[in-house]
Ligand binder design. Structure first.
Ligand SMILES: Cc1cc2nc3c(=O)[nH]c(=O)nc-3n(C[C@H](O)[C@H](O)[C@H](O)COP(=O)(O)OP(=O)(O)OC[C@H]3O[C@@H](n4cnc5c(N)ncnc54)[C@H](O)[C@@H]3O)c2cc1C
Length: 424
């Protein structure tokens, strides 16, 4: 393949920025354009539900690069402008303002959008958490004093946040937060808000939070961690609707008929790939942009990050990963193909989550019902490494506050993936 003279990246976040950076780092001299719908320069999302929501970081600290670093990239950043259409054959992207951007290769890195409750009413106090603006709005709402006008977006309020008497640090105590959704994001929001002092209820359909990702053993431990820190858990609780008064949310109604009172609600029901704008482009989309093992969706069109569903040769399936490490690794794979490489992308999936004082790391792609065996440490001590197995084969490794000890097991998993990998 000849190296394209120009590359247009759609989506100016982790995967999009990494694609541009890796191309330059590897000597790419062509024209680079990065188009992003958000007005902000590229920032990192994992701190949004942790340090930024908690207020431990000023939001500027979540920026992935500073102005000088972005300028040094020699790319044109077109920010605050949404792509609304793609002509895949002509590799031309149309934007909401009517601009046409054309390149020899297009990289789709538009990520995902937060899923909402079906028929979710437009009530103040109801939040999702995907963007920086979402995180700041949620934080402001958690800290707003009762009775004061609660803000729905940053910079729109003159309210001073409540503070604790002694430390003067912002405090959400007394705020009743209901988190709808017991996946990783819901758990992180619950943990952070609880540490901010809020009264938190975590409601979701699973028997324990994150059971689908962690399996029952580790999910049970996570449930105990949350409960011990004062998070009220409503496992097996499907949410029916939200209740409100005078335009503001007042509660969450469960299918059982029970209503959980709420001042603030976070809907954390997962995410959907941001492919709506690709309708009519001729590109295959099915829970993401469908790609081959080289992350190629069509001639000269590639996808990276949360939006990409590509053929993983080792897992023998089309896979879409929503995690930070994949955004960078897949960008690397796409940049390599753009520069003439021809290697399939077959990573060992990896995600981490930080909740209270626990770091959980999961390598591989275990299923919730895989056999689960602790191989180092002890669950009772809150520090351990466990292996997931199915049919005698290791499918995953979990580290619970034991990052260093987890690494050798990850290496084993990488070796197992390599052994299964067809030669490049
Ligand atoms: C709150 C939060 C916490 C997280 N914590 C963790 C964690 O602890 N560990 C972990 O492994 N992962 C975590 N993740 C997941 C991780 O952040 C994502 O996997 C990663 O951000 C994916 O990067 P991306 O570039 O593919 O997509 P995104 O980060 O979603 O970026 C896509 C960008 O494309 C833009 N875009 C979308 N549509 C268009 C369009 N039509 N035109 C132009 N631009 C468009 C979007 O506005 C966005 O800026 C977290 C995610 C969130 C939201």
């Amino acid at each position: 393949m000849t190296v394209p003279a120009s590359v247009l990246v759609v989506g100016a976040s982790a995967a999009g920025l990494a694609t541009a950076e890796i191309l330059r780092r590897r000597g790419y001299q062509g024209t680079l354009t990065v188009l992003g719908e958000e007005p902000h320069a590229p920032y990192d999302r994992p701190p949004l539900s942790k340090q930024v929501l908690a207020g431990h970081w000023e939001h500027e600290r979540a920026a992935l690069r500073d102005e000088a670093q972005l300028a040094a990239l020699g790319a044109e950043f077109v920010l605050g402008e949404r792509a609304v259409g793609l002509d895949a054959g002509a590799r031309t992207v149309r934007t909401a303002t009517g601009r046409s951007l054309c390149a020899d290769a297009v990289v789709l890195a538009t990520g995902v959008r937060a899923r909402r409750l079906p028929g979710q009413p437009d009530l103040a106090g109801v939040h999702v958490l995907h963007t920086l603006d979402d995180a700041l709005a949620l934080r402001a709402d958690l800290l707003a004093r009762p009775g004061a006008d609660r803000p729905n977006s940053p910079g729109t309020t003159g309210n001073s946040p409540r503070t604790t008497g002694t430390s003067g640090s912002p405090d959400a105590s007394g705020k009743r937060l209901v988190v709808v959704g017991d996946g990783v994001l819901g758990c992180e929001v619950a943990a952070t808000a609880r540490q901010m002092g809020a009264e938190v209820t975590l409601a979701g359909p699973q028997p324990a939070p994150m059971a689908a990702q962690l399996g029952h053993g580790a999910a049970g431990l996570l449930a105990r961690l949350h409960a011990s820190r004062g998070v009220r858990l409503r496992p097996g609780a499907a949410v029916e609707s939200l209740t409100g008064e005078r335009g503001r949310v007042t509660g969450v109604r469960l299918e059982t008929g029970e209503t959980l009172p709420a001042d603030v609600v976070v809907v954390a029901l997962g995410a959907v790939p941001a492919t709506d704008w690709l309708e009519g482009s001729g590109l295959p989309t099915d829970d993401g942009v469908v790609c081959d093992s080289r992350c190629r969706a069509a001639d000269g069109v590639y996808a990276a990050g949360d939006v990409a569903r590509w053929h993983h040769e080792v897992l023998e399936a089309h896979v879409r990963l929503e995690n930070r490490t994949n955004a960078t690794e897949q960008a690397l794979a796409v940049a390599s193909v753009l520069l003439g490489g021809d290697r399939p992308y077959r990573p060992v999936p990896y995600f981490w989550t930080d909740q209270f004082d626990v770091k959980v790391q999961v390598h591989g792609r275990p299923a919730g019902d895989d056999e689960f065996t602790v191989v180092e440490g002890d669950m009772a001590d809150g520090r351990f490494v466990a292996l997931y197995r199915r049919g005698g084969a290791t499918t995953g490794v979990l580290g619970w506050n034991m990052p260093k000890q987890t690494l050798p097991y990850r290496r084993e998993l990488v070796k197992a993936y390599s052994a299964l990998t067809p030669a490049p």
